[in-house]
Design a binder for this molecule. Structure first.
Ligand code: FES
Length: 199
């Protein structure tokens, strides 16, 4: 089946503020939890100059907390928890508010996420056209389950509800790009293309 690469304006994603958390994750078995800990232990070098520049850009405004967290996430693909005490001190917000924002907005994560965020649409139209087969194929290819990130930090696999391109279902998005009219094979090819681009 031909892969349909949809125009960017077809997709309301990636909205920086409207992707509500819709996790349908199943409980994580011990092995997956262990992988998650391993990823967390991979320390990253935080560029504090960049962090401070972002905070200053928004004049350390409490109202700009979401945007500050999003801009930091844009650098690292997630918001390193080490930054939280700095935000508390400089912006004057409670730590609990930061956790609430990170929980509510799907675009912000406190855990490392992949370079490529692969969203499989599981809305009704895509569901009846085989979204679950696409999800299974990608999970098998990436050796991760929905909601997980690959050990090499290249891919995060997630499910989203309707991305607004129902007529082209089943649909996935990979970062900013939307792909429709997929089957298992064409979905896997998209992932293989990302792997090639990343090397
Ligand atoms: S249900 Fe998948 S794009 Fe609408």
């Amino acid at each position: 089946m031909k892969i349909v690469r949809l125009p960017a304006n077809c997709l309301p994603l990636p909205s920086r503020s409207k992707q509500y958390a819709m996790s349908t994750q199943t409980p994580m078995p011990d092995q997956a939890a262990e992988k998650r800990v391993n990823r967390m232990e991979k320390t990253i070098e935080i560029d504090w100059q960049k962090i401070n520049a972002i905070i200053d850009r928004y004049s350390a405004s409490r109202e700009a907390l979401l945007m500050i967290m999003q801009d930091i996430s844009d650098i690292y693909n997630y918001m390193p928890p080490e930054v939280i005490p700095v935000l508390v001190e400089k912006i004057g917000v409670k730590e609990s508010l930061i956790y609430s924002v990170a929980t509510f907005y799907k675009t912000i994560s406190l855990e490392p996420r992949g370079k490529y965020i692969v969203n499989v649409c599981t809305g009704t139209a895509c569901h009846v056209r085989g979204a679950s087969k696409i999800m299974d194929a990608l999970a098998e290819k990436l050796k991760i389950r929905e909601g997980e990130t690959s050990d090499d930090l290249l891919f995060t696999l997630e499910a989203v509800r309707c991305v607004g391109c129902c007529a082209s279902g089943p649909v996935i998005t990979v970062n900013q790009e939307t792909h429709g009219g997929l089957d298992r094979s064409s979905a896997v090819k998209i992932i293989e293309g990302c792997e090639r681009d990343a090397t």
